[in-house]
Design a protein around this ligand. Structure first.
Ligand code: 2M8
Length: 433
């Protein structure tokens, strides 16, 4: 375990450097704009440095919310050159192509979304200093926006028709090249290789990143959505998946929204009712008792995706999970596929025994700090405090030793991806607190 004061100083330095004045970039080189779920995790850590800055992080993101309630996955910084990140604002063209869906006119954004961690983050930021939060009217301003965000997901994204939210692009669940998407993506015709330039390869090793074929398909799906005005009802959505992690995060955030409503003297019951409905749908539709974890579902094929992704363990953060399901998840986490408390330092993003496992390639095996932070919380919530303590210690040690890297080899803890990565620093601060 590193010296807590040294760790705190180092994490603070990362977050101060990555702050741009109104929000935080995930990393200056690879990701020079504001990302949606990154900002939620960053705010959770920033609250320990400055509650006002943590509030600002979330408010900047939500200021770019669309009229239909969606919170875009990227808010572009207009001072960053177009070639610094792909796809850039001239690809998404949100303010024009997204006008009918209510895209803001004064800021450029992407048109897809990321997991809804924001209400949970807002509640944790509020709890860090409730008096200051009340004085600044933080929850009063955020509550309607967060409610509209969840309303968009529930109202526009139940593509499977069973009460769960679908993601329509591999960038949406945040686990871009998870092996779970290989099947659903194989039906997508990739864009011409010469029609775009991958700026990510200017900053990251190709072996640590998605392949060119993956990128061709990402581009095709995003362009199709854009060319249908980002209107969900009009877009064919060749890729549509129900992801247990996204739905679990929505449930946790719906519980947080109930707490926010209660703090404002509003009625929390609609949020609790939605959380309960979603929990029922999650268990009945995505739970696989034989595998001992939740599976993603390919909505277009009408079938489960038979791959073990860490997304299937993340429902451990759901408060009202049936006890037998939670117990099975704890056993699976500690078993041969994920190695918690045994073979690995941190829980991998994908099945250690899976055919597609790769300890270096992005979301196909490496361990990620946001995922491990969520699992740590889930372990504590479901009666496994010793395991949670051990994971916390491993998370702190690995975050520090890897220079707050984006992800690590799950076996060795060796740094992968970019360094000085914001959510790694932010969540280390939160674990320390
Ligand atoms: C990664 O995704 C972006 C696209 O959104 C990319 O590869 O360019 C993912 O790890 C995602 O989860 C994360 O939010 C984003 C920024 O850190 O990077």
């Amino acid at each position: 375990m590193p010296d807590p004061a040294a760790l705190r100083r180092a994490a603070r330095r990362v977050l101060l450097r990555n702050w741009t004045g109104a929000s935080t970039v995930p990393s200056h080189g690879l990701y020079p704009h504001q990302w949606s779920w990154d900002s939620a995790f960053i705010a959770i850590g920033l609250r320990h440095l400055s509650v006002v800055r943590a509030q600002r992080e979330l408010e900047t993101l939500l200021a770019a919310q669309w009229g239909d309630g969606r919170v875009p996955h990227i808010v572009f910084n207009r001072t960053v050159p177009l070639g610094a990140y792909f796809p850039s604002p001239d690809f998404w063209r949100s303010s024009t192509a997204g006008a009918a869906a209510g895209a803001p006119a004064d800021v450029e954004t992407s048109g897809i979304v990321q997991p809804p961690v924001h209400a949970l983050a807002a509640w944790l930021v509020h709890e860090a200093d409730p008096a200051e939060s009340a004085r600044r009217g933080f929850l009063t301003r955020l509550y309607p926006r967060l409610a509209a965000w969840h309303g968009y997901l529930a109202g526009h994204r139940d593509l499977g028709g069973h009460g769960l939210v679908s993601m329509v692009h591999p960038w949406e669940p945040g686990m871009d090249n998870s092996p779970c998407w290989d099947g659903p993506l194989s039906r997508v015709e990739p864009a011409e290789p010469g029609s775009f330039r991958r700026a990510d390869l200017d900053h990251g090793a190709a072996a640590d990143r998605p392949t060119d074929l993956d990128y061709g398909r990402y581009v095709r799906l995003a362009a199709d959505y854009r060319d249908h005005g980002y209107r969900d009802a009009d877009t064919p959505h060749a890729f549509a998946v129900e992801d247990p992690s996204v739905n679990a995060l929505l449930i946790a955030s719906e519980h947080a929204l109930a707490a926010i409503a209660g703090a404002l003297g509003a009625d929390p019951s609609p949020h609790l009712a939605r959380a309960e409905r979603l929990t029922g749908a999650l268990v009945s539709r995505l739970w696989d008792a034989d595998a001992g974890l939740f599976l993603c579902r390919d909505v277009r094929a009408g079938a489960p995706v038979r791959e073990r992704s860490v997304a299937g363990l993340i429902p451990l953060i759901v408060p009202g999970l049936p006890a037998d399901v939670a117990d099975a998840l704890l056993r699976t986490a500690a078993g041969e596929h994920f190695g918690l408390g045994g073979a690995v330092r941190l829980v991998p993003s994908y099945d250690l025994r899976g055919a597609a496992f790769d300890p270096s390639r992005y979301w196909r095996g490496p361990a990620w700090f946001n995922v491990n932070w969520l699992l740590e919380r889930g372990l504590r919530q479901h009666g496994a405090p010793e395991r949670a303590d051990a994971l916390r210690a491993a998370g702190l040690a690995t975050a520090y030793a890897s220079g707050f890297s984006e992800y690590v080899d799950p076996y060795t803890g060796q740094a992968r991806g970019t360094r000085d990565f914001s959510w790694t620093a932010a969540l280390a601060l939160d674990l320390l607190a």
